[in-house]
Ligand binder design. Structure first.
Ligand SMILES: [Ca+2]
Ligand SMILES: [Ca+2]
Ligand SMILES: [Ca+2]
Length: 157
């Protein structure tokens, strides 16, 4: 009985490894990340400012990278409004046109572009989850547009 109580306490501590206001990751496999979504606060920013805001919230944070469809679904369904809304993520081709990179340095192992995207060429260098896609697919867009955004950082071990 004592050990069961201790185990429950340990699980509670493990689940609380994200700072207040941040949401733990979408699965047990990925609960080593924490997410912060600006929309509940009505917060919109250009892609550059969104990134600065993420980093100001925590030095380990950056605009969210997305590693698979499950993480994308988590961002749309759990962090978002339950349907896709234009939301900045970390993907961009600022440095080299047509070469998309995650701002947090993650390897690009997964891409889920909406129809005919990326289609904006040199004027569209920042990527958002688009409200045009039913499942949160992506579009390259104008970096200076103020939009909601989602930050991601490693959870505290
Ligand atoms: Ca460019
Ligand atoms: Ca571009
Ligand atoms: Ca586009």
């Amino acid at each position: 009985m004592v050990s069961a109580v201790f185990l429950l306490a340990s699980l509670t501590v493990a689940a609380a490894s994200c700072p207040e206001g941040w949401t733990p990751g979408y699965s047990l496999d990925n609960d080593n990340f924490c997410y912060w979504y600006s929309l509940p606060d009505g917060f919109k920013a250009s892609w550059d400012n969104a990134r600065i805001i993420c980093q100001a919230k925590d030095p380990r944070a950056d605009l969210a990278s997305i590693s698979d469809l499950t993480e994308q679904g988590f961002l749309v369904d759990t962090m978002g409004a339950g349907k896709p809304i234009d939301t900045w993520i970390g993907l961009n081709d600022v440095d080299e046109e047509g070469t998309f990179e995650w701002s947090d340095g993650s390897a690009v192992t997964f891409q889920d572009w909406w129809l005919e995207n990326p289609d904006g060429g040199d004027s569209d260098d920042c990527v958002h989850i688009t409200d045009g896609g039913p499942n949160g697919e992506w579009s390259d867009s104008v970096c200076s547009n103020p939009e909601p955004f989602v930050c991601k950082m490693p959870a505290t071990p």
